[in-house]
Write a protein that binds this ligand. Structure first.
Ligand code: NAD
Ligand code: TYD
Length: 350
């Protein structure tokens, strides 16, 4: 019987990871620890919440005493750590929140794991989920590899880079059995509508302007979230101790080209005349420190562990749009309350 702690399991990627582990491994006990910030939503896990191997713990990873006593109480065999503040624009508005959760929170978990496992590291695993944004920004060519030097530019990526360094330091200094993966931009169901794809789907639906930063020429490599969850499963079970794996979709899009594809599909789905949604595109002031291009080489993960993405982008983006259109209640719930204040501060009062 394995006891696995998944942090941030009520969030976007975490909820897909929790679902996959709960369904695929009925012999494991899965503990989802989440503070339930604006980004965490237990509704994301409605379909599995009554399974006997699923448990929810509401807690804050910044609370070091709580982390120590939870590890003491449950004696976890493994940790898959996704809890984080994850939105670049919010990190520009409020960097300290990112230092607290992403850096201090991660070190608290490392300490709790080290304390619990100090006499028996065998068979234990601390898996830290990170981002390709730690590598900085590429020009028109080239890729990020596992040994690309870190060069973060936003408070978000700086906090993730810092947490990655701490995870490696705990491996090198204390022998903690760790593994890290750095993934490209995810998209799919349950993503909070502050990130590009769900934000623009929601705005198109409401005929609201689509705020494109700068000239829309920045490039991102998009991966369907379920493929990320599959990669996490493979790496958790087969990844080498102390190793890093890059995860990406080999699916680069200039923002403006991606937005036009979304507009075209949304016109079709909403029965609008072709070209209607594109008229909502509005160029706005660029994001400060905006990284030009991210592109991941995930050759190591493919060669060593056999993972490849399962879904082509055209299929993934259609599935995603269909999910948001048929889950309008979810969208309406998460875009009420504090969301409206966030939206106003981010996009109107500037
Ligand atoms: P998200 O913002 O949707 O979810 C984060 C979750 O963490 C939420 O459920 C939130 O309630 C929880 N959380 C936040 N602070 C917490 C705290 N102090 N204590 C406990 N729980 C807390 O994020 P996401 O997009 O699902 O990203 C998950 C992880 O994957 C993050 O570590 C992120 O850096 C990484 N990542 C994300 C992407 C992406 O494209 N979204 C890409 C690569 C890596
Ligand atoms: P985002 O989804 O925030 O992910 P990240 O910044 O972590 O890559 O943004 C994806 C791209 O879309 C990025 O280049 C910024 C751009 N963008 C906009 O042009 N307008 C927006 O309103 C948002 C949220 C993002």
């Amino acid at each position: 019987m394995k006891k696995i702690l998944i942090t941030g399991g009520a969030g976007f990627i975490g909820s897909h990871v929790v679902r996959l582990f709960v369904n695929k491994y009925p012999d494991y006990q899965i503990y989802n620890l989440d503070k339930l910030t604006y980004a965490g939503n237990l509704f994301n896990l409605k379909d599995i919440e009554s399974k006997p191997n699923y448990h929810f713990i509401k807690a804050d990873i910044v609370d070091s005493a709580a982390m120590l006593s939870l590890f003491e109480k449950h004696q976890f065999d493994g940790v898959i750590h996704l809890a984080a503040e994850s939105h670049v624009d919010r990190s520009i508005a409020n960097p300290m929140e990112f230092v607290m959760t992403n850096v201090i929170g991660t070190v608290n978990l490392l300490n709790a794991a080290r304390h619990q496992w100090k006499d028996a590291m065998e068979g234990k695993r601390f898996y830290h989920i990170s981002t390709d944004e730690v590598y900085g920004s590429l020009g028109d060519t080239g890729f990020f590899y596992e040994d690309t030097a870190y060069d973060p530019h936003s408070p978000y990526s700086a906090s993730k880079a810092s947490s990655d360094h701490f995870v490696r330091a705990y491996h090198d200094t204390f022998g903690l059995p760790v593994v890290i993966s750095n993934c490209s931009n995810n998209y799919g169901p349950n993503q909070f509508p502050e990130k590009l794809i769900p934000l623009f789907i929601n705005n198109i639906r409401h005929n609201k302007p689509l705020p494109v930063y700068g000239k829309g020429e920045n490039v991102r490599d998009w991966l369907f979230v379920v493929d990320h969850a599959r990669a996490i499963d493979v790496i958790y079970h087969q990844g080498g101790n102390g190793e890093t794996y890059n995860i990406g979709g080999h699916n680069e899009w200039k923002n403006i080209d991606l937005i036009k594809v979304m507009c075209r599909i949304m016109d079709e789905k909403l029965g609008r005349t072709a070209g209607t949604s594109e008229q909502l595109i509005t160029y706005v002031k660029d994001r400060a420190g905006h990284d030009l291009r991210y592109a991941i080489d995930s050759g190591k993960l493919q060669k060593e562990l056999g993972w490849v993405p399962s879904l082509q982008f055209e299929e993934g983006i259609r599935l995603t749009i269909e999910w948001y259109l048929s889950n309008q209640e979810w969208l309406d719930t998460v875009t009420s309350g504090n969301y409206l204040k966030y939206y106003e501060e981010q996009y109107v009062i500037r």
